[in-house]
Design a binder for this molecule. Structure first.
Ligand SMILES: Nc1nc2c(ncn2[C@@H]2O[C@H](COP(=O)(O)OP(=O)(O)OP(=O)(O)O)[C@@H](O)[C@H]2O)c(=O)[nH]1
Ligand SMILES: [Mg+2]
Ligand SMILES: [Zn+2]
Length: 348
């Protein structure tokens, strides 16, 4: 019987009787692939244990679970253990419920490529997702071999990164990969986030030292990816760390990130608190602190624009999800009147 000492499977006290810890590495509908002291196993959720489970309770890639090992047939998952970090999306179904789509990672590697597809507002959006996940974000500018000097792009990314580290790397030449070693220590779990075609799977292969994940050329005309990776997959790296390769953001359904948005734009949110109207749209209202800051040269108009765009998109995403899932059960909202802060704050 193979016993592996894998840093991805820590000892866990008080598991249900007869269970061992296991880490979910992939999901195929109701069937899971996991690593455990028994090696790689296939497993399903134990019916009785998950009868009343919500989508949130169900295992996802990266989760630690309590596993009843069965040598002949699928093993049984008795419990999903609490998560220290996760990405969520709204689960399909009649009620709006959340579902985790990757869990327990330490670092979120945000990838953007040094080609014509480089786009700061998109990077800001990914950053907001990363901040709300509980993992520590790191920005990687991929395909650095395609530009004579990636420094200007690194600087541009730093201008919006809120202190998050930015590295230029190339999976093809290996340039810059050594800067990742500080994140690749044993028992650390990394997750990749970025649009299709930025080179997530290529980075995984470079770190693995062999071609495990399928990689496909991007479209020549607009440099967009072809959605090659369709499932999340956790792989153990040679040094003891592990990495979760993912499909692009759209496939992950991560468009609803109000909370992370707040962190990415802390500076703007702090300023916005000084607008005269509490529900200021920062477009035409008198006493708008944001427009005043732009006029005074204290805030870049592009940054305000990208904040506005993301806020709208995120709000639309939320509304779309709510609408889809509550099927008209939501009360109708009338037109809202502007509320003055003074009206709320002064005792009357
Ligand atoms: N020049 C150059 N090309 C790269 C580099 N890394 C990846 N590519 C190319 O970019 C294309 C897309 O790479 P993938 O690794 O499949 O991208 P992905 O992010 O996994 O894409 P999806 O799975 O669709 O989300 C392939 O043609 C790769 O060869 C790099 O460092 N330099
Ligand atoms: Mg891929
Ligand atoms: Zn305002």
């Amino acid at each position: 019987m193979p016993t592996t000492k894998n840093p991805m499977i820590p000892p866990i006290p008080n598991l249900p009787e007869g269970c061992i810890p296991a880490r979910i590495t992939a999901q195929h509908k109701d069937r899971y692939e996991a690593i455990s002291a028994q090696g790689t196993v296939y497993a399903q959720c134990k019916r009785a244990a998950y009868r009343k489970a919500s989508p949130w309770d169900c295992p996802t890639v990266g989760d630690l679970v309590a596993l009843e090992y069965r040598p002949d047939g699928d093993s049984l998952i008795h419990a999903t253990l609490p998560r220290k970090s996760y990405f969520v999306r709204r689960a399909a179904g009649p009620v709006s419920m959340q579902q985790a789509v990757a869990a327990n990672f330490d670092y979120v590697l945000l990838l953007a490529s040094c080609n014509q597809d480089f786009n700061l507002p998109r990077l800001e959006r990914y950053l907001s997702q990363a901040f709300s996940s509980g993992g520590e974000p790191v920005i990687l500018l991929t395909k650095a071999d395609l530009v004579p000097d990636p420094a200007p792009l690194v600087e541009a990314a730093q201008s919006i990164s809120m202190g998050v580290s930015v590295y230029a790397i190339s999976a093809q030449t290996g340039k810059g990969l050594e800067s990742l070693s500080r994140y690749l220590t044993p028992d650390k779990l990394l997750v990749l986030l970025g649009s299709s075609g930025v080179g997530k799977s290529s980075l995984v292969n470079a770190l693995m030292g062999q071609d495990i994940m399928t990689v496909r050329a991007i479209r020549e005309d607009d440099a967009k990816g072809r959605h090659t990776t369709t499932h999340r997959q956790l792989l153990s790296l040679p040094g003891g760390a592990a990495i979760i390769d993912t499909p692009g953001m759209r496939e992950l359904g991560l468009w609803d990130a109000q909370e992370g948005l707040r962190e990415t734009f802390q500076d703007i949110e702090a300023l916005a608190a000084q607008c005269r109207y509490r529900d200021c749209t920062h477009s035409h209202e008198p006493g708008c602190a944001l427009r005043e800051a732009v006029q005074a040269g204290l805030l870049s108009p592009q940054r305000l624009q990208s904040y506005q765009g993301l806020r709208q998109e995120s709000r639309r995403g939320t509304e779309r999800n709510h609408a889809k899932q509550s099927r008209g059960l939501r009360p109708q909202e009338g037109p809202r009147k502007k509320i003055r802060k003074e009206d709320l704050e002064s005792p009357s």
